[in-house]
Design a protein around this ligand. Structure first.
Ligand code: SF4
Length: 187
């Protein structure tokens, strides 16, 4: 049976985020340098609301979000990213390994903390939550060091459903996240 992609994202969010006095914490399972984009430091987060057939994330991480990784405050994950980037002489950062838009206030605080630090941040996203929550896209646009890269799952609603096992309407949310640009959300 096809699942609702928004509901699944919101359910996973309950497992991989928690409130703290330092802001919303998110689970991560590693911070690593990677060769993509010519060199980029990557924090791999736990949890995604899609189940793409081609996903490279291990089954253990994907299906045991409550058991994998550690909670990081926005400040702590920014410190880990920046320290490793400076050590390796890299100026690009990203969050991958799961869906980085899960935990809206966490991601926004991460970006706020990175503001003015001289890094580019590549936001690789499936776009589901950005298509669902228009305010999210409009909040991201103020960070001009952020490059949003929406990864479409197929070329049509039916392909989306085939590749993700989610309801076809999720493809419309993916498109909406891209067309937020027409509303002036993306630079
Ligand atoms: S959206 Fe990305 S992280 Fe999520 S299941 Fe698909 S490929 Fe994996």
């Amino acid at each position: 049976m096809l699942y609702d992609p928004v509901r699944r994202h919101l359910s996973i969010e309950k497992l991989v985020t928690r409130k703290s006095i330092n802001g919303l914490q998110r689970k991560y399972y590693r911070v690593r340098p990677a060769r993509w984009y010519g060199g980029i430091v990557t924090a791999d987060c736990v949890g995604c609301g899609l189940l793409c057939k081609f996903c490279w994330v291990s089954d253990y991480v994907m299906f045991h979000p409550a058991d994998v990784g550690k909670f990081y405050s926005p400040e702590k994950i920014v410190n880990s990213l920046v320290m490793l980037a400076r050590k390796r002489g890299l100026n690009q950062l990203r969050i991958s390994g799961g869906e980085p838009t899960i935990g809206k206030s966490h991601l926004l605080q991460v970006l706020e903390n990175l503001q003015g630090e001289g890094f580019s941040f590549i936001l690789e996203t499936n776009g589901i939550l950005l298509g669902y929550d228009k305010d999210y896209a409009s909040r991201l646009v103020k960070y001009n060091f952020v490059h949003v890269r929406v990864s479409l799952k197929g070329c049509s609603e039916s392909e989306f459903a085939l590749l993700t096992g989610a309801k076809p309407s999720g493809f419309v949310l993916q498109l909406k996240s891209i067309f937020a640009e027409l509303d002036g959300c993306w630079s």
